[in-house]
Design a protein around this ligand. Structure first.
Ligand code: NZQ
Ligand code: ZN
Length: 388
């Protein structure tokens, strides 16, 4: 194992009626709170009303920024920064999925910076502070509710950038599985794919002697495989929503990289480039790309894909070569996601090879793509070609 520091300051309130904790979290002083949300799902499912009730009960001055897009945009971040500066906002409350939370993180950092917030995400300027914020999660997928990562799209340049800073861990996050019952089926499926992808990408590290964390990841993935189809069949089930919510938070809150080199996030880099060009849902892009990344990687070294195939995907060993076992694993994963209802080919989004050069360029917007297998432009092209 590598040396590691386990640090996560987010207070996580998990379970029914935990929204009441907002009072305890914020009630100690007079607050100017900016509530950030998306296209209105929180008004239809009642979460907005419940959250606002909490804020009014502590006499907070409430301001609002609505309309955060899925794949949140720099222009919306800039609007939020403007409100923070004008209204002397001292706390932000994100109510929504990963996009709303990521946008809130970007606003929180941007509000403490004098220039264009894009400088912070492109590392032109360091993030040196951020306003504090909490989250009320409504979609189980990204893990943003308990990590320091945010992904923002600059639609003028078609660049989608992931950035991170210890200043943008949420102060607290409320995770009530009831709030995810209204998530539409397609987004529920993308959430399952995204969470599993986070676990899978952590799994592809090259650190020795990591049986504890490898077993933990395998267990998380097997649980997702058992729970996912049941959830898709019974979207109103509290039980399956609860399990999914805990999976998605754990898959990307730092736990799964303890003692390892952190895993290989090449597929996320390619997906961010893909959705910067085509604005497709993140989980949909991953469902197409990740099995093809597995097939690309196993050509040189099938060992880890083979281990995944046997320990997670139920592939039998007898009489087969390592490569064949690994190939069956990649196929089984694609089939599992496809059976849930996820796409498996770029053609499912009417994407052909027209913009491959552009997508490849954008994948390398930051240097260093892939660690388990370092990618060059030809490797990314091979994965895209396999995905057609
Ligand atoms: O806009 P609203 O009305 O909120 O509707 C949203 C949106 O249309 C809807 N939704 C959310 N909760 C709902 C609901 N509809 C009904 N009932 C509910 N309870 O779902 C749609 C998608 O929401 P979004 O927040 O975009 O989805 P997700 O959580 O998957 O976030 C995706 C974004 O996160 C980034 C992705 O790249 C993408 O931009 N990621 C962030 C990460 C992080 N911060 O750690 C890591 C991930 O790998 C990912 O890259
Ligand atoms: Zn993801």
């Amino acid at each position: 194992m590598n040396t590691f520091l386990q640090y996560n300051p987010t207070r996580l309130y998990f379970g029914e009626k935990q929204i009441q904790q907002i009072q305890a979290e914020l009630g100690d002083q007079q607050r100017n709170v900016l509530v950030v949300y998306g296209g209105g799902s929180i008004k239809r499912n009642g979460v907005y009303e419940e959250a606002l009730h909490q804020l009014h009960s502590i006499n907070a001055n409430v301001f609002e920024l609505s309309g955060v897009e899925p794949n949140p945009r720099l222009t919306t971040v800039q609007k939020g920064v403007e409100i923070c500066k004008q209204e002397h906002i001292d706390f932000l409350l994100a109510i929504g999925g990963g996009s709303v939370i990521d946008c809130t993180k970007a606003i929180a950092a941007g509000a403490m910076y004098d220039g264009n917030p894009w400088d912070l995400f492109t590392q032109v300027a360091p993030v040196e502070n951020a306003l504090p914020f909490g989250t009320v999660l409504t979609l189980a997928a990204t893990g943003s509710e308990m990590n320091q990562v945010s992904v923002i799209t600059n639609w003028d340049t078609h660049d989608k950038i992931g950035w991170s800073s210890p200043y943008v861990f949420p102060t607290f996050s409320i995770l009530d599985p009831h709030y995810t019952k209204s998530v539409p089926l397609d987004q529920t499926i993308y959430g399952i794919v995204d969470s599993m992808s986070h676990a899978l990408e952590h799994y592809f590290h090259r650190t020795d002697n990591t049986p504890m964390i490898d077993g933990f990841i395998e267990s998380l993935l097997r649980t997702a495989i058992q729970n996912g189809p049941k959830l898709v069949e019974n979207p109103d089930s509290f039980q399956y929503r609860e399990t999914m919510m805990y999976i998605s938070t754990t898959a990307f809150n730092g736990t799964l990289s303890n003692g390892t080199d952190g895993g290989d996030w090449a597929t996320h880099r390619i997906e961010h480039a893909l959705s910067a060009v085509y604005d497709i849902p993140h989980g949909g892009g991953l469902a197409i790309l990740f099995p093809n990344w597995l097939e690309h990687v196993l050509e040189d070294d099938p060992s880890r894909v083979k281990q995944l195939a046997i320990n997670v995907l139920g592939v039998s060993e007898e009489g087969k070569s390592d490569k064949d076992i690994a190939k069956e694993g990649a196929k089984a994963l694609r089939q599992f996601w496809n059976n849930l209802g996820a796409p498996s080919r770029l053609a499912d989004y009417n994407i052909d090879d027209t913009h491959f050069t552009d997508i490849i360029e954008k994948t390398f917007i930051k240097p260093g793509v892939g660690t388990y297998k370092e990618m060059d432009k030809d490797s990314v092209h091979d994965i895209l070609r396999r995905s057609l």
